[in-house]
Write a protein that binds this ligand. Structure first.
Ligand code: SAH
Length: 214
């Protein structure tokens, strides 16, 4: 059940659900989602659902991966230079986003997930995706500021430290809300050194963003 036809059927469904960015749809037809999950679950890899990847974490639902990527890249015809993802998990979202930007830095706090995603992305040939083992509460300072930031786990509120690592005019897409409660997909645009605006999109269900006390 991992044929191109199966994958195409999923992407047709995602398009039907409202994804318009043709580059996002094209890339999602190419990235082999079944390789980003345990073989025991790979028969379900082209269903439009989140699935467990161990350590209490999940690989995101394909529609949400497409939606977050589309919202992050909106208004940019050229490839963005420098992007940060917080929450590498399986590496699937990183593979999709990394195919559409120049450089992607992605951080994961759980060591075995970090190692697995790093090796898999390397084996699949992604040389512009840089995987780091770190707590993303403070983003990834070494290569900040970023044109865009994607967070794939849900904090109660958007961490200031991440806003500070966005360029002025940069965009952040992030699910915000209580653990296991309702979360809202928010798009933050940094309008100046001290200001930003936030737009609300659909409700979503993500694993919690674990924040260290500062
Ligand atoms: N983008 C992933 C989704 C993985 S689920 C995918 O496509 O598979 C979210 C991930 O965020 C989990 O792996 C979890 O360990 C990680 N995470 C949660 N809080 C984090 C933090 N503060 N710093 C880094 N990673 C975090």
């Amino acid at each position: 059940m991992t044929s191109q036809r199966t994958r195409d059927r999923l992407i047709d469904r995602i398009e039907h659900l409202g994804i318009k960015n043709q580059d996002v749809l094209r890339v999602m037809r190419l990235v082999p989602r079944h390789l980003f999950m345990d073989a025991a679950l790979s028969s379900r890899s082209y269903e439009n659902t989140a699935l467990p990847i161990g350590h209490g974490q999940t690989i995101s639902q394909p529609y949400i991966v497409a939606r977050m990527t589309e919202l992050l890249l909106e208004g940019h015809d050229d490839k963005l230079e420098n992007i940060l993802e917080v929450g590498t998990g399986s590496g699937f979202q990183a593979a999709v986003l990394g195919s559409l930007v120049k450089n992607l830095h992605t951080v994961e706090r759980i060591l075995p997930l970090y190692r697995h995603a790093r090796d898999l992305l390397y084996d699949l040939g992604y040389r512009n995706i840089h995987v780091h083992h770190a707590d993303g509460t403070w983003g990834w300072k070494n290569t900040a500021p970023y044109d865009a930031i994607m967070v794939t786990a849900a904090p109660d509120e958007i961490p200031d430290s991440l806003i500070k690592q966005l360029k002025i005019g940069g965009r952040m897409i992030i699910p915000v809300g209580e653990n296991n409660g309702e979360q809202i997909l928010q798009l933050l645009i940094r309008t100046s050194e001290s200001d930003h605006i936030i737009e609300n999109y659909e409700s979503v269900l993500f694993v919690p963003f674990l924040q260290q006390e500062s």
